[in-house]
Structures are given as C-alpha cells and as structure tokens.
Write a protein that binds this ligand. Structure first.
Ligand code: 5GP
Ligand code: ZN
Length: 113
C-alpha cells in the first residue's frame, strides 16, 4: 500500500521514533508547527477516525496515554499541550492513516479552525 505512515511503520521511510509498542508508534513530525510536534499512530492502517470501530477503543486509549507520557518526557506537560485528530478533507487531514498530533512548547492559538 502506498501509505507514507505505513512505510514509517515498516522502516521503509526513516523517522525519529520516540516510542513504540506492539500497537502504536510515535515520531517527530517532519514539518514541526511547535517546538514539540509529535505524531502518534497505530501500526495497522486505519484510514481515519471515521473508520474506527468500537473494538479500537483500547487502541485510542493507548494513543492518548502514550501522548501524555511523551508530553512529560518532552517537558511540555506542565506548560500545557494539545492533542489533535484531523479527520477527512474538511477536517484538514492530509495523510490518510490515523494519527494524533501532540503540539506543545509554545503558546498555541485559541482558534481551532
Ligand atoms: P494531517 O494534516 O494529515 O493531520 O497531518 C499530517 C502530518 O504528517 C503533517 O503535520 C506532516 O508534516 C506530517 N508528515 C507528512 N509526511 C511525513 C513524513 O514522511 N514524515 C514525518 N515525520 N511526518 C510527515
Ligand atoms: Zn497506512
């Protein structure tokens, strides 16, 4: 499958991987929008939030938990951070493999869209 994040999972495309377990990996965004900008993704190809099933609930919990741990490790937990899941074209999703953004390390805008 021609999916950039699947290729990061297999190692075909290099990435700065900060965390991995049997279900998810986390790595730095190639085009950071904040001093800390990480992506947390499932290893399996799920195209978007809209394609999650109820059975994937533990996976999403794992992603949020990993993001919280990484925020601490990156030193942004105390100052505050943002988790973002873009879904679909109008939601601003460019890469069609589910991913959670972790942004922190500067004052983020209050505007959401
Ligand atoms: P989206 O707009 O789909 O929510 O965000 C996709 C994100 O993936 C963007 O922030 C973009 O910079 C990041 N990205 C796209 N291609 C690559 C890549 O090859 N490596 C890494 N590390 N990040 C990527
Ligand atoms: Zn994929």
């Amino acid at each position: 499958m021609d999916c950039v994040f699947c290729k990061i999972v297999t190692g075909e495309i290099p990435a700065d991987i900060l965390y991995q377990d049997d279900e998810i990996i986390a790595f730095r965004d190639i085009n950071p929008l904040a001093p800390t900008h990480l992506l947390i993704i499932p290893r399996k190809h799920i195209p978007s939030l809209a394609r999650l099933s109820e059975a994937d609930s533990p996976l999403v919990g794992n992603m949020v938990n990993a993001a919280n741990q990484l925020a601490k490790r990156e030193g942004v937990a105390e100052g505050g951070y943002r988790l973002v899941l873009n879904c679909g074209k109008q939601g601003g999703q460019l890469v069609p493999h589910l991913h959670m953004h972790l942004l922190g390390g500067r004052q983020l805008s209050n505007a959401l869209g």
